[in-house]
Design a protein around this ligand. Structure first.
Ligand code: HAM
Length: 429
């Protein structure tokens, strides 16, 4: 019998693993730079947890199972509900603000496509306990700070930022009832993924008034906060939303990332729990799906049985990011292969014990050292050292017996020198 990897999953051979590690290490370093601390949770949770709050789309993509005790479970499609559950459990003992990050492996039974798989890694950063756009700005900064560190410029990527609070206020001013907002968000989030006529027809079916539909479509094209006044006369709720967004942009400018950020009313986000600032980072050509997305979710902790505490955060997958870094030529030279410092070759079988001893002593001293399992054929061993891209090859042979010396060959330029065992180890101590 022969098996293939399951659709939407990946095998990580060492070469792919190096890419994954490069990405994950960068995520972790950026989190730490911004003061986030790491957490993790279980890989499966109760199914109901995701059905309750993640929203329609994710609920339809769950990998669910019934365990032997009859419990309905699901593999995590996101970690935000777990985070809310964990924070609620210890809410009184956690110092605030809570700034946590995680890099979970997630599963979603999606229709696989470029940048969308069924199993992926997702960097999450979240700030809990801060009811102010300063926390949203900190999350956006940390996301951009990471992306900038990979070599992506403001000419490659842009954070598109909006606010569900502002959108809700405008929609209510346009006569839409508060109860139908959630369903409209889901539809607006799909705008770019649906053919224009289908989107128009669905929106008309939901709203029922062609004039309002036209205004909403105009609203979705707004890229400067001032343009909102062309659509509705700002009442107090709209004005509050506008003030908040304006203040956010002032902070983003203080943070030095305003060139990476722009206002874009078409960003709504698919998940049900967002309540305030929402954002997504996209490649500027718009060919790829979002690199990351997030926003404020002020009701989730309360909805999960905890106190009313505000929260904001974002998730960034590894798939679109890897495609973009590859396309921009930003992966190859940045992935430092674990270069071996020393390859210990043994030209004489009788000295094999000394070769093993030398290699292992180098390892104890913190050097990356490898040795040939089969001594004797020096040419073969030098070839192995070369293919492993070792920096130096240490040759144990006749010289060791005759005068206690090793040969050290520089693999880059081919030069070689003799050195006593003691001196060699002193140099590596
Ligand atoms: P999300 O928009 O569902 O948000 O996912 C965020 C990011 O995860 C996407 O922009 C994409 O990079 C990646 N992603 C999602 N699904 C897939 C997939 N099937 N294959 C590859 N990558 C994918 C959330 O998950 C929120 N929980 C993020 C968040 C954290 N909001 C607040 N805190």
């Amino acid at each position: 019998m022969k098996f293939q990897p399951v659709k939407g999953t990946r095998d990580f051979y060492p070469e792919q693993m190096a890419v994954r590690n490069y990405i994950v290490n960068g995520w972790k370093a950026a989190s730490v730079r911004s003061g986030f601390v790491e957490y993790d949770g279980p890989i499966f949770e109760y199914l109901a947890m995701y059905q309750a709050k993640s929203g329609q789309e994710i609920a339809q993509q769950l990998f669910s199972l019934t365990d032997r005790g009859g419990r309905e479970l699901a593999i995590r499609p996101e970690i935000t509900p777990t985070l809310a559950r964990m924070v609620n459990e210890k809410i009184n003992s956690l110092p605030r603000p809570i700034k946590w990050f995680s890099v979970p492996r997630l599963c979603r039974a999606e229709n696989t496509q470029k940048g969308r798989l069924r199993e992926f890694f997702q960097w999450n950063i979240d700030v809990i306990g801060v009811d102010d756009v300063i926390a949203d700005a900190d999350v956006i900064f940390t996301s951009i700070d990471y992306l900038r560190s990979t070599g992506l410029t403001a000419g490659d990527i842009q954070a598109k930022i909006s606010s569900r609070k502002l959108l809700a206020a405008v929609l209510v001013e346009l006569g839409i009832s508060g109860e139908s907002l959630d369903a409209i968000y889901v539809l607006l989030d799909k705008k770019t993924k649906l053919p224009a006529e289908t989107f128009d027809a669905m929106l008309l079916e939901k709203i029922g008034d062609g004039g309002v539909v036209e205004k909403i479509k105009k609203l979705m094209e707004i890229t400067a906060v001032e343009q909102i006044a062309d659509i509705v006369r700002p009442g107090p709720a709209v004005q509050q939303g506008l003030d908040e967004v304006s203040r956010l942009f002032v902070i983003l400018s203080n943070m030095g990332i305003d060139n990476y950020c722009r206002f874009d009313m078409s960003i709504v986000r698919g998940l049900a729990y967002y309540t305030g600032v929402v954002f997504e980072v996209h490649d500027v050509t718009g060919r790829l799906r979002a690199i990351c997305g997030g926003g404020r979710y002020d009701n989730l902790l309360k909805d999960f049985g905890g106190p009313a505490i505000s929260a904001t955060g974002m998730g960034m997958g590894d798939c679109v990011l890897e495609i973009l870094l590859e396309e921009k030529g930003l992966l190859k030279e940045r992935i430092a292969a674990n270069k071996i410092d020393y390859f210990v070759a043994c030209a004489d079988e009788r000295l094999f014990g000394r070769a093993v001893e030398t290699a292992c002593k180098l390892r104890t001293l913190g050097r990356i050292a490898e040795f040939a399992y089969k001594p004797g054929n020096l040419a073969k061993q030098l070839k192995q050292a070369d293919s492993m891209k070792c920096r130096f090859c240490v040759i144990i042979g006749r010289e060791l017996e005759e005068c206690g010396k090793l040969i050290v060959k520089n693999m880059a330029d081919g030069s070689q020198s003799q050195i006593s065992m003691e001196e060699f180890f002193r140099g590596n101590d």
